[in-house]
Design a protein around this ligand. Structure first.
Ligand SMILES: Nc1ncnc2c1ncn2[C@@H]1O[C@H](COP(=O)(O)OP(=O)(O)OP(=O)(O)O)[C@@H](O)[C@H]1O
Ligand SMILES: [Mg+2]
Length: 270
């Protein structure tokens, strides 16, 4: 019997990168070129690659902290590479970002840091009022996000008094406040012991599954990348290379003659 051609589950990816070139501001030449990648809703993809290869640059380009020098970044049908002003702010609200060196404000209490995730949808006046007098509803929202990452009991704690793993959970809770469709996490386990690191990856991938949220997460540990993620892509030679399927290889459509490589199965570097 002829084999049934394997197809990806979603006809329309949540995120589609097409020919993206990017460099951190100040870099003379692009660090990344010709980057193609598709991410389906709810899909978890690990981004691996040596230090300096461009993982952070790619993640920051997707949420437009870094402006792409070429290519398209299509999120839910809109090319955010071409948006500006209010339209860009609205699009960015769909993208949660957990930075490589998490940027919590340590002198503030945990609840204030978590609700900072709502600043994109609040006026400046409301943000100022929240800092001084959070409402019961806002505190409940912060509590719910902290509960989702297992540290609800730290709601009122000073952020500086939390362990590294707890602070990482707070940074994730802050991103969840946005209810993003896509979560970008830049080396979220870099400074954690092995058990805590695995707990954080379990948390991130479970949240993605529970919420139908796509996850693109950079990390250096290839074994953990294969264990926890649907796919692993590597930044190498300035572009993306499919390095390994995860434990269960995803079924991928064979490319038609002359067609672009399938999503995430990035081209080999030139
Ligand atoms: N502000 C900047 N100005 C100029 N070059 C930069 C700047 N930031 C990063 N770079 C360069 O861009 C390249 C990619 O850096 P990037 O931070 O994206 O790498 P990375 O893969 O995230 O590394 P790591 O694993 O160490 O976090 C590196 O060569 C780096 O030196
Ligand atoms: Mg980095």
């Amino acid at each position: 019997m002829a084999a049934v051609p394997a197809v990806r589950a979603h006809a329309q990816p949540l995120l589609r990168l097409i020919g993206v070139a990017a460099a951190p501001s100040g870099a003379p030449a692009p660090v990344l070129r010709g980057v193609d990648l598709d991410l389906d809703p709810g899909e978890c993809v690990a981004l691996v690659g040596p230090s300096g290869s461009g993982k952070t640059t790619l993640l920051k380009t997707i949420n437009r902290q870094v402006d792409p020098r070429a290519g398209s970044i299509v999120l839910d049908g809109a090319d955010i590479a071409r948006l500006s002003g209010k339209a860009l702010r609205r699009a960015r609200q769909q993208i949660g970002y957990v930075a490589q060196k998490h940027d919590l404000v340590e002198p503030l209490r945990v609840d204030r840091n978590v609700m900072a995730g709502a600043l994109g949808r609040w006026s400046a006046a409301r943000a100022l009022r929240f800092l001084a007098w959070p409402s019961a509803g806002e505190l409940a929202e912060a509590h719910e996000a902290l509960a989702a990452v297992g540290v609800a009991h730290k709601l009122r704690a000073p952020t500086a008094a939390l362990s590294g793993g707890e602070q990482q959970r707070v940074a994730i809770a802050r991103a969840l406040i946005q209810a993003p469709k896509l979560l970008l996490a830049d080396e979220p386990i870099a400074a954690l012991d092995p058990a805590t690191a695995q707990a954080i990856l379990e948390l991130l991938t479970r949240l993605a599954a529970d919420r139908g949220m796509a996850l693109l997460c950079s990390l250096h540990q290839h074994d953990l990348a294969r264990r926890y993620f649907d796919r692993v892509v590597e930044v190498a030679g300035g572009t993306l290379v499919c390095r390994a399927a995860a434990a269960e290889p995803l079924p991928l459509r064979a490319p038609a003659h002359g067609a672009r490589l399938p999503a995430g199965r990035a081209r080999e570097p030139a």
